[in-house]
Design a protein around this ligand. Structure first.
Ligand code: PAF
Length: 282
């Protein structure tokens, strides 16, 4: 495995793979890797000849009062996990490599970036789309892998790839959960034991709604209400919405198209997101 910190070196390292028409997979991350990331790496290794993992805590996707400075970092551990997982290249650029002096060109996503997290984190998806677009240009992968936990991010990135004619397949990999069904996230390390108990209400609510859906419930308000009953105990529920799986606009009753029940909540000072996909069978 090679660890690379500059774009020039990255291009040199990938030149042969591109020339030989090898299938290159990219797993973009902000580090502090967990089993969710390892599932993305595994998916890439299964489908690609070369797997690049980028590790970059992207400042432009954090708001001024968010956790950029305290975001968990452990590069040595990440490197070891990547090596053990069979990654070909770890790309870990310093900030100036991604955002050179006088940087001023951003990718501005449209409607998909407005609801859900977009409503509470202004500029977040602009930062995500910009850095992902830049990573795509640097690595020039054939396929890129994202976790379903970041459902809206997947939708924004998929739209960007179509709109900007980026010849890259976007693969969404199912959310990996802890044994107690808490969705894996680098931010879980912020949770105290007490927080953790409270955080479980999130997946409990989502799975209760999914179960009702499985038993035939198709009314949007009722499905949301079922999830909400469990979420009463979290410190601050930011949103709980059932949205159309493609447009992210509010889903309508009776549900007849794929939809996502999405939640964001604060447990203590930690913001957690999660979702379940509800897929009506024709
Ligand atoms: O999902 C993440 O970790 C980040 O949003 C991403 C895609 C690596 C962009 O910084």
């Amino acid at each position: 495995m090679q660890t690379i910190t500059t774009v020039a070196e990255l291009r040199r390292a990938l030149a042969d793979a591109h020339r030989a028409d090898k299938r290159v997979g990219l797993v973009p991350t902000m580090g502090y890797l967990h089993d969710g990331h390892l599932a993305l790496i595994e998916a890439s290794r299964a489908q690609c000849d070369v797997t690049v993992v980028s590790i970059f805590v992207n400042p432009t996707q954090f708001g001024p009062r968010e956790d950029l400075s305290t975001y968990p970092r452990d590069f040595q551990r990440d490197e070891k996990l990547c090596r053990d997982a069979g990654v070909t290249i770890v790309f870990a650029p310093v900030s100036q490599e991604i955002y050179p002096a006088q940087f001023e060109t951003f990718v501005e996503p449209g409607e998909l970036a407005k609801p859900l997290c977009g409503a509470f984190r202004p500029g977040h998806f602009r930062g995500v789309a910009t850095v992902v677009c830049k990573l795509f240009n640097m690595v020039q992968p054939d396929v890129a892998f994202f976790g379903q936990k970041d459902f809206q991010q997947c939708a924004v990135v998929r739209r960007m790839a179509i709109d900007l004619n980026l010849p890259i397949e976007i693969v969404t990999v199912p959310t990996v959960r802890e044994a107690d069904r808490l969705a894996m996230s680098s931010r879980n390390r912020y949770l105290s034991e007490e927080d953790r108990g409270q955080a479980l209400a999130i997946s409990r609510g989502l799975f209760a709604a999914a179960e009702a859906f499985g038993l035939g419930e198709r009314n949007v308000d009722k499905l949301v209400a079922i999830a909400k009953r469990h979420l009463e105990t979290v410190d601050q529920l930011q949103y709980l919405e059932l949205v159309d799986g493609d447009t992210l606009k509010p889903a309508s009753s009776p549900l007849h198209r794929p939809a996502a029940l999405c939640v964001a909540a604060y447990v203590g000072s930690t913001r957690l997101i999660d979702n379940v996909i509800l897929q009506p069978t024709p």
